[in-house]
Write a protein that binds this ligand. Sequence first.
Ligand code: ZN
Ligand code: ZN
Length: 436
Amino acid sequence: MVAGREEALQQVREAIADLCAQPLAEDQDQQLAELKQTRHLIDLLELDSAAQLRDVTAAVDSEEMNDLCNEIRHQCHFATGQLWNHLEVAANLRHLPQSVAAVEAGEVGYSHLLHLARTAAKVGSGLVEGDPLEFARENSPGKLWYRCRYEVHRFDRERDLAEHNDDYERRFLALRRQEDGRVFIEGLLDKVGGTAVEVCLRGLARRLGPDDARTPEQRLADALAEVSMLAMDSGVVPQRGGTRTSLVVTTSVETLLGLAGAPAADLDGEPINWKTLERLSCDCSFTRLLLGPDSEPLDVGRAQRTVTGPRRRALDARDKGCAWPGCTRGVRWCAGHHIVPWARGGGSSVGGSLLVCWHHHNKVHEGGYRLLRQDDGKVVVVPPMAAIYSGVSPPLVPGAAGGGGPASLRSSGRRSMIDLVSQPHRAVAAASAPTR
Ligand SMILES: [Zn+2]
Ligand SMILES: [Zn+2]
């Protein structure tokens, strides 16, 4: 080390020790003024250490650089990211004479210089310091960071385009089916695609009323499922095998009727419980298939909708959106819910149905909540425990009292299968166990 620098460092050490030994000012304004001066001194030392790094690394080739950086990190107690930041400044000091002078004068901080250096690293000698430096004088390092992201385009739009294309090439979305049937989603999207997804899902993921206790992450997950269901329901998803893309559920009639001892239903190769089946079949159209003992189709019935055109329009007009008190989801996002499940005799009359959104439809089937329409038209929610203790029953609808389900589902003595293609286009196929 040059003797002059070593001597100067010793003087700085002594001066710092002397500074630290001084009592702090009692006046807050004075404290802030002194803090500003201290930070400026630190910035000056940072600037000096960047210049040292520049000189230390100047003659080192790329193979030796890693070893040298490890040594510097170890000797100088740098965190890895911190060292890379300093190296960025060190490598670009020559492009930033005005900015260095501004740090020396205390007009901007070393953090400002870091963002300017990162921009210079991309633009090189093409960077015109004037505008971003002027901005840095008036704004925080955080705001400068945003500003600098725009500067690259100004000085080197071809590079900005190349970066965009590089980002776009690295986009991916992985959907991994776990052993338990849930789907793990992982991905990285480019700016435009990612923004579209984020704006769409966040718009849908707002709380649905004051009692919406879902976490933000759960609301986003529900929003993604809702968008997917609406896309299929709208028929805009490309066809698969000549038919509109839909969910396909296969189940026994016993499961559809909610009988104890019935096997789980099947959703695209995954078992689903009877309550989920009940929800999915709430707003579907059915096609009945009768199968012979060898599972060959004997008869294919006509599709019949559970909540169909005029009834659905009447439901839309009456409920104007999800019927759950306080929920703001509009009609387009809602399914027609049968207060008594269709398969157990609940008719598709407007009086026996309610519009519910994805989240609240889940609550009234799998969650065990009940939605009841009072005589005055008001809808009330009965939580599961309250339903048990109060003995509240859902209102009876015509056809429910006799039980046994719709005629098409009653035991025919033959193996039967039922396709339910939703209104929109969720399809449920039900196959009963052979009856003797
Ligand atoms: Zn339902
Ligand atoms: Zn709702």
